[in-house]
Design a protein around this ligand. Sequence first.
Ligand code: ZN
Length: 237
Amino acid sequence: MYGGYPMMGLFDPTFLLVIAGLVITGLASSYVNRTFKKYDQLKSRNGVTGTQAAQYILQNQGINDVGVQQIAGDLTDNYNSGNKLLSLSEATAQSTSVAAIGVAAHECGHAVQDAKHYIPLKLRAAIVPVANIGSTVSLPLILIGVFVGWNQTLINLGIFAFSLALLFQLVTLPVEFDASRRALSILREGNMLDQDELAAARKVLIAAALTYVAAALSTFLQLLRLVLLFGGNRRDD
Ligand SMILES: [Zn+2]
C-alpha cells in the first residue's frame, strides 16, 4: 500500500534518532549508578543513615505530615505528594554514605517543595495523567491515521499526544534541579555534611539530574522522528 514508506524500510535513517536516544539514556543511567556506587563507599562522618537523615530533615523543616518508608529496588527513591510518603530504596535507607544522605535529602527537597506549594511540582502532578493518556494513544492514533489512507488530522493528533510526554519531562527538570538545590543547602546549613562530603553529594545529585535531562532529550528525538516521518506531508507512493 505504501511501498516507499520510510518506516517500513530496514534502513530508515530516522531510526538513528531512536538509537541515539537509547545510547544517551543508557549512558546517563550507567553514570548515575557508577557515581552512586562510588560515593556509597564514602561513609559520612556524622554516621546517620539515609532514613535517619530524611527524618531529621523533615522534622527540622517543620514537616510533620510526611512518612518515611523503605522500598525495594535500586535508586527507586521517590516522594509521593498524594499520600505524603517519602520512599527510600534499601541502599539509601540503610547506608550512612554521603551518596545515601544526598539522595535522602533530595527526596526531602520534594517534600519541602510540596509544603511550600512550589508551582512546578503542582504543574507536574497535573500533567501526569494527561501525559500518560498522551503516550498511550499517540502511536495508535498515528497508525490508524496512516492505515485509513493517511488522515493527516489523526496523525497530527497522535504527534500532539506524544508531545505531552515531552512536556511532562520538561516540567520535571526544574522540579528535580530545585529539589537538589534545596537538599544541598539544607545539608550545608544543618551542618549534616562537611565541605568535602557536600561536594561528593553534589556529584551524586548532578548525575541523578542528568538522567532526567537524558530522558527528555531521548523523548525529544523520538518526537522529532515522528514529525520527520509523519508531519504535514502526504506520501502518495
Ligand atoms: Zn527527585
